[in-house]
Ligand binder design. Structure first.
Ligand code: NAP
Ligand code: MG
Length: 500
């Protein structure tokens, strides 16, 4: 089955979607044990792209057994750090050679802009695998100056070993499918763990393509297993599995809570990257020629399907009219259409479910008295296109301000005085990102420490870098992706004490 999307697909992508895709278990591409498939769709048209093997409990059992064996018996665990590094560099090189194909596949499966996917999603994914490829030979414990007061006269040598956590179950969302795959695989592989990855049901294709590159890069069988399927079946089986040592999850806070509870039974190591309702705060002295387009891109990038999207915009009374007018000009000027045409800056939401959810929030905002300053409607009669939407004069009690919308909808709130900012910014259960727009460094120094979130950007928003840890405070989760800190969450520390 091929997509009805009017854009001509490359030969590599056409080949990839020309027959049902299988799952990767123990180095083999296999059908599901049940024989079931599910379809993945093109969000620009709603058409089926291709069928994908649907994993559930039995497939997860097989994948975990393969990962367990690769971890416990080698060769992954017995390879030298430099050998592991070479595998990872080869994977990064192969991803780079296939970057255009990966970008196109991502645009087709998720709906997003193909040029942005190439420059952001796929490039950062490649960079991150390379960043992590450098670590295996640099993972170090320490020597410890021991005293042992109750063993007078004895001599001790103490040191720590850093060891991989073991078999890791990784469950990822659909908003940045390939990038999330790299965020999860990178530190797991660098630390020496083995993996069972469950991509989101809406967007399994780039993870499966990366699976092919993993095989080509020469990773031993069973090191990376990729099992597409639904969260409540495959995901739940992975979370509950007694032979899985860690669950790394990115997704909604709601599902994160289910997973933390389920993982408690076997006391798994867990890391959680969850939702957000991040504030973008324009201060009275901000350079509006930077702050207005910046605030627009903070919410409209990736159709607002970004966990750290600047979805609550705070504007001083004195600048309110000017900012809202400028923002509306940006929103109304954005070209809407399929992500396969790089000129289209507003692309479809990922699915009918997301579309209905976002439209429901816009209605709720309208009903609760927000001004619809721009957008507010659907675009076209097929595909899941929502206009970039600005809700003006919102307040803290509105549902649209309290809950994560995960769409191209910004809620603008007025404030009177800069002293109100920390309280306003923190008035949420979430704590993932925040941005401050100002020309005064003393504002930065005063406000940044008062904001309870894992990232704070100044005069920018959504800037992510391989070297910079990313993750939440409060109900946005715990544990970090990216940077050295991501690696730490895949390592155990073993204390060794030698008495001479
Ligand atoms: P989601 O519904 O929480 O799903 C995320 C993943 O969890 C999917 O693979 C899903 O499977 C799976 N899942 C669902 N129920 C499960 C269960 N009971 N047990 C195990 N796995 C289960 O989130 P989403 O709708 O895909 O993504 C949007 C959310 O992710 C937003 O809230 C966003 O803020 C958050 N997010 C956070 C970050 C971050 O870094 N903090 C990054 C991106 C997204 P299915 O395939 O069946 O859906
Ligand atoms: Mg799809």
């Amino acid at each position: 089955m091929t997509s009805m999307n009017q854009y001509k697909l490359s030969e590599k992508v056409r080949n990839f979607i020309s027959s049902p895709r299988k799952m990767l278990i123990n180095g083999q591409w296999v059908n599901s044990v049940s024989g079931k498939n599910f379809n993945t769709h093109d969000p620009a048209t709603g058409d089926v792209i291709v069928a994908v093997a649907e994993g559930d409990k039995e497939d997860i059992n097989r994948a975990v057994a393969a990962a367990r064996k690769a971890f416990d018996d080698g060769p992954w665990s017995s390879m030298t750090p430099t050998e592991r590094e070479r595998c990872m560099y080869r994977l990064a090189d192969l991803m780079e050679q296939n970057a255009d194909t990966l970008s196109e596949l991502e645009a087709l499966d998720n709906g997003k802009n193909v040029a942005i996917a190439r420059a952001v999603d796929i490039q950062v994914a490649i960079d991150y695998i390379r960043y992590m490829a450098g670590w295996p030979s640099k993972i170090m414990g320490s020597t410890l100056p021991l005293s042992v007061p109750y063993a007078p006269g004895a001599k001790f040598l103490g040191y720590t070993l850093k060891e991989p956590v073991g078999v890791v179950g990784q469950i990822i969302p659909w908003n940045f499918p390939a990038l999330m795959c790299a965020w999860k695989l990178g530190p797991a592989l660098a630390s020496g763990c083995t993996v069972v990855l469950k991509p989101a049901e809406e967007t399994p294709l780039t993870a499966l393509y990366i699976g092919e590159l993993i095989c080509e890069a020469g990773f031993p069988e069973g090191v990376v297993n990729i099992v597409p399927g639904y969260g409540h079946t495959a995901g739940a089986a992975l979370t509950a599995h007694k032979d899985v040592d860690k669950i790394a999850f990115t997704g909604s806070t709601e599902v994160g809570k289910i997973i933390v509870k389920a993982a408690a039974d076997t006391m798994k190591n867990v890391s959680m990257e969850l939702g957000g309702k991040s504030p973008a705060i324009i201060l009275p002295d901000a350079d509006l020629s930077v702050a207005i387009p910046g605030a627009a891109s903070a919410i409209f990038f990736n159709q607002g399907q970004v966990c750290c999207a600047g979805s609550r915009l705070f504007v001083p009374d004195s600048l309110y009219d000017q900012v809202v007018k400028g923002l509306a000009e940006v929103a109304n000027g954005m070209k809407i259409g399929s992500g396969l045409n790089p000129e289209n800056m507003v692309n479809p939401l990922v699915s009918q479910i997301q579309f209905d959810r976002v439209m429901g929030y816009i209605e709720s905002g309208r009903a609760e008295g927000a001004d619809i300053v721009a957008g507010g409607g659907r675009r076209g009669d097929k595909g899941y296109f929502v206009e970039p939407t600005i809700l003006g004069n919102t307040n803290r009690d509105m549902k649209v301000v309290r809950e994560e919308i995960f769409g191209p909808v910004v809620c603008v709130q007025r404030y009177k005085d800069v002293s109100e900012i920390p309280k306003l910014a923190n008035d949420t259960i979430y704590g993932l990102g925040a941005s401050i727009w100002t020309r005064d460094i003393s504002n930065v120094v005063k406000i940044v420490p008062k904001i309870r979130s894992g990232s704070v950007w100044v005069n920018c928003h959504n800037v992510l870098d391989v070297a910079m840890p990313f993750g939440g405070y409060k109900q946005s989760g715990f544990g970090k992706d990216m940077g050295k800190e991501a690696l730490d969450s895949y390592l155990e520390t073993k204390s060794v004490c030698i008495m001479s």
